[in-house]
Design a protein around this ligand. Structure first.
Ligand code: NAD
Length: 328
């Protein structure tokens, strides 16, 4: 299949690109390679080598996106480019709105005009479920009380996609991803930043005593879901050509428990600095992945301890990735 992948130099984009290329798909990747962590993005691209075709481009440039879609003539677009992470959306609201909402619209418009028969798989987020204290969250649950601008932009993506499905019959899948972790991950996220700090004897900042709970999702499960969706047009049988899927590991783990797993994997105790929870953070996530299992036969892994061990082994053996992430 010919696949156009936005955000190809990002954490999830890198793994999706590698997974699709390994299965013989023809991948064209786009990324603007901008902040944050431009060196890490370049290192990911270097690791992908010639397995994909890469074009530097900004998804908020409508002409550029239209040109790339026209030229790549994809059967599938996987749209992952965005400003990710809740906390920065408070300090950079305009950048988030532009990258996430305007960027998504640029992709929808380019597809409508130049690839109307192609399918779109795009990243939404568990953040759309807002502040909740119990779960598991199901796709049909309410998602109209976002706790951050980031969450609001992701919900706006879902609504714009629903409108384009209704208006133009554009076939789409939205993935509500739950806290993804794994090799080549994001240095701003807990798994990387805790492991880096513990391995190097630096302080770990723990919000609210690590009480927040997250449904941590192994990157390999996200890749498996995207591959299944690329290779099978499974949602064609649904009446409405836009469908949302939770992609989650299936276990809710507290951040304090996660730190314990990281300490065991590193063989060292953490030096902890406690802080109150920052605004925008939610106390709890736990997803129900029954829809993903039913429609695509994907079973996700709740083994966070095993995934953390693999991540720490990778980080120990990746001094260049560690350095490049910390220096920028
Ligand atoms: P990431 O920051 O590693 O990757 C995003 C990539 O998009 C980056 O390489 C960045 O350079 C690129 N990008 C940003 N703005 C761009 C623009 N205007 N033009 C071109 N490229 C641009 O983040 P990630 O963790 O890989 O997340 C991928 C997607 O999944 C995002 O949409 C994110 O919101 C979503 N998501 C991630 C998680 C998670 O836990 N990692 C959870 C929920 C949702």
């Amino acid at each position: 299949m010919r696949v156009l992948l936005t955000g190809a130099a990002g954490f999830i984009g890198f793994h999706v690109a590698a997974g699709l290329a390994a299965r013989g798909h023809e991948v064209t990747g786009i990324d603007h390679l901008g902040e944050p962590h431009p060196r890490l993005k370049q290192a990911r691209l270097d690791a992908l080598g010639s397995s994909i075709r890469f074009t530097r481009g900004d998804v908020t440039d409508p002409e550029r996106v239209a040109g790339i879609v026209r030229e790549a003539a994809p059967a599938i677009v996987v749209h992952l480019a965005a400003r990710a992470g809740v906390r920065d959306s408070l300090s950079a609201p305009f950048a988030y709105l532009k990258a996430n909402e305007f960027g998504h619209l640029c992709v929808l418009e380019a597809m409508r005009r130049h690839a109307p028969g192609a399918r779109l798989i795009y990243a939404s987020s568990s953040a759309v479920y807002g502040v909740r204290h119990d779960g598991p969250f199901r796709e049909e649950d309410r998602a109209d009380e976002p706790a951050s601008l980031y969450a609001a932009t992701k919900r706006a993506n879902e609504l714009a996609s629903a409108a384009y499905a209704r208006l133009f019959g554009l076939r789409q899948i939205g993935l509500r991803l739950f806290t993804v972790y794994g090799e080549w991950g994001r240095p701003d996220m807990a798994v990387w930043s805790f492991a880096d700090a513990v391995l190097n004897g630096r302080e770990v900042t723990l919000y609210d005593g690590g009480a927040a709970r997250r449904d941590f999702t192994d990157i390999s499960d996200v890749v498996a879901a995207v591959i299944a969706m690329v290779e099978r047009s499974g949602f064609d049988h649904h009446e409405f050509p836009h469908r949302i899927y939770n992609v989650c590991g299936g276990a809710s783990t507290s951040v304090a428990e996660l730190l314990g797993m990281i300490e065991r994997a590193c063989g060292r105790r953490a030096v902890v600095r406690e802080r109150p929870s920052p605004p925008g953070d939610t106390p709890f996530t736990a997803g129900d992945s029954g829809r993903l299992r039913a429609d695509y036969g994907i079973t996700t892994s709740p083994d966070v301890a095993g995934g953390v061990e693999r991540f720490v082994a990778w980080l120990r053996n990746s001094p260049e990735a560690m350095r490049s992430a910390r220096d920028e």
